[in-house]
Write a protein that binds this ligand. Structure first.
Ligand code: CA
Length: 515
């Protein structure tokens, strides 16, 4: 299609087209500028949906997307936790290259440098209307953090998005409000917001002092720790906030509110190329699906939150169909990291799991360097353009910048998006070859190196996040052959030291390549 388009252009001069018939140019270039919708779940595991083998959680809309598109079996988030993963997806840079890209408090300053090209800025330059709806968690404001009661910038709009309706960080962190572009939505100026991630502020009850007020308690592992801050909507959060009562979200309404905004964005931009990152909060904690989804899975609140996510997906897809945009829209569905059951709240995620395996056949999950941490669901649907099927190509969310730059004919400035590989052909199903190599990251300081189906996990610099203290890595490095050991059970490091050494050196070379 791209070649056909170029041939067409040879019979015109580009400038005459631009001057005489801007509408024709838009039509002629349409095949190269499909709408792009990235639906990014939060903590959705490799095995959490029907098309990846789940049997107890109904996900008909996701499964349909999988059937009509390309289902990847070796696609990765750049990290096994949120902030670093999203940082890499938007910048094209591995997160471990830059200090300060770990899990951020809700009042952190922006960690993306607006001077560099980003995924949205690349597409904006290509003529797209760019929008983000949902979770941000990449910091806001300059050094010192955001002014919640004033103009909140820099943020999404300063790094390439034309429109943003978002929550500042996670659903379990304050402030529990939505921001639209530069301002907190529905903020009453007479009830200003204050946020603290240090000492408690205000006189509102906290989970620590008033556990009797909680509609969802804290789990054993986290009791008295991070999640025991200000109680918002009956749930205590990480951090403290006062004010902004009219602006506070209701957890049970979030899927409806965010999906509504995403649908509005699509409708408003139906006549021009658009890029939408729809970053839902499901099934991240706290898991409070809308009442109509409660009990709809066989796996408790976490399963119900996935059913809710599936509904969100259905709304987006049916909107595209109703507007007759499907054949010119590439929809990618994925997740920012692998799954976790107990993530701070006593929501019975472990007790109610009912035999469901969130990571499928993989070992580990969120925060963990094993495949379950970063190997995520990844569907590409573009009816009429991407043939249905299954692809085992190795791809990563960090590759979006280079791939979509290639799709839209954009050149990335030298030095920007340095770790992004153009895997467009794999995304379009034209080849089963993606990357040869990939650095995996647990969200802390642990790295692993993939060379084809070999995987080496480093031992030094190991920093374990508190939540994965149950994970015990080998003290002498780990080597797995994923071609017949997908579950990473047979450490070949001792038996094949030469392979470990080779991969270790390759990882070192990647690490040092941009220093
Ligand atoms: Ca996440």
């Amino acid at each position: 299609m791209r070649i056909q388009h170029r041939n067409k252009l040879t019979s015109f001069t580009l400038s005459s087209l631009l001057l005489a018939q801007p509408a024709s140019l838009s039509a002629a270039t349409a095949p190269q500028r499909p709408n792009i919708v990235i639906i990014l779940a939060d903590d959705l595991g490799f095995g959490d949906t029907g098309c990846y083998g789940a049997t107890k959680i109904p996900t008909p809309n996701i499964d349909r997307l999988g059937r009509q598109g390309l289902r990847f079996t070796d696609a990765h988030s750049p990290s096994a936790t949120c902030t670093p993963s999203r940082y890499a997806m938007l910048t094209g840079q591995y997160p471990w290259r830059k200090a300060g890209t770990g899990i951020l408090p809700g009042n952190a300053p922006l960690i993306i440098d607006p001077q560099h090209a980003t995924l949205p800025s690349i597409l904006k330059k290509a003529g797209y209307q760019t929008g983000i709806v949902g979770k941000w968690h990449l910091g806001l404001g300059d050094k010192g953090g955001p002014d919640w009661n004033g103009e909140i910038k820099p943020g999404p709009l300063e790094v390439g998005f034309d429109y943003a309706f978002f929550q500042p960080s996670t659903s379990d962190r304050v402030p529990c409000v939505y921001i639209e572009n530069h301002h907190v939505a529905n903020l009453d100026p007479h009830d200003p917001i204050e946020v603290s991630y240090g000492n408690p502020i205000g006189d509102e009850p906290t989970g620590k002092d008033h556990p009797e007020l909680l509609k969802m308690g804290l789990s054993r592992e986290h009791n008295g720790s991070g999640h025991a801050g200000t109680i918002i909507d009956g749930i205590s959060r990480i951090g403290y906030m006062t004010g902004g009562h009219a602006a506070r979200w209701k957890d049970g309404d979030k899927a409806d509110v965010l999906t509504g905004k995403a649908v509005d964005f699509i409708k408003q931009n139906k006549d021009r190329p658009f890029f939408l990152e729809f970053a839902t909060h499901d099934p991240h904690v706290p898991r409070v699906p809308n009442a109509r989804f409660v009990g709809k899975s066989g796996c408790g609140a976490r399963g119900d939150a996935i059913v809710q996510f599936d509904w969100c997906v259905g709304q987006i897809v049916s909107t595209l169909e109703t507007l007759n945009l499907s054949s010119n829209t590439m929809v990618i569905l994925s997740s920012d990291n692998g799954p976790v059951l107990d993530d701070g709240y006593a929501d019975r995620a472990e007790e109610d799991v009912n035999g469901h395996t969130p990571a499928g056949p993989l070992r580990g999950g969120k925060y963990v360097i094993y495949e379950g941490g970063t190997r995520v669901p990844f569907l590409v649907s573009w009816p009429g353009r991407v043939s249905p099927g299954v692809s085992d190509a190795l791809v990563c969310l960090v590759d979006f910048s280079a791939s979509f730059a290639a799709l839209t004919g954009q050149k990335i400035p030298a030095g920007d998006a340095p770790d992004s590989v153009n895997v467009l052909s794999a995304l379009l199903g034209e080849t089963r070859n993606g990357r040869d190599k990939l650095v995996e990251h647990d969200g802390g300081q642990t790295l692993a190196f993939r060379d084809g189906l070999w995987k080496y996990i480093e031992t030094d610099k190991r920093f374990r996040l508190a939540l994965e203290s149950q994970v015990r890595y080998s003290p002498v490095g780990e080597l797995y052959n994923l071609s017949h050991d997908l579950g990473e059970t047979n450490n070949l490091n001792v038996a094949q030291p030469g392979t470990s050494k080779k991969l270790s050196m390759e990882l070192d070379a990647v690490r040092k390549s941009l220093q």
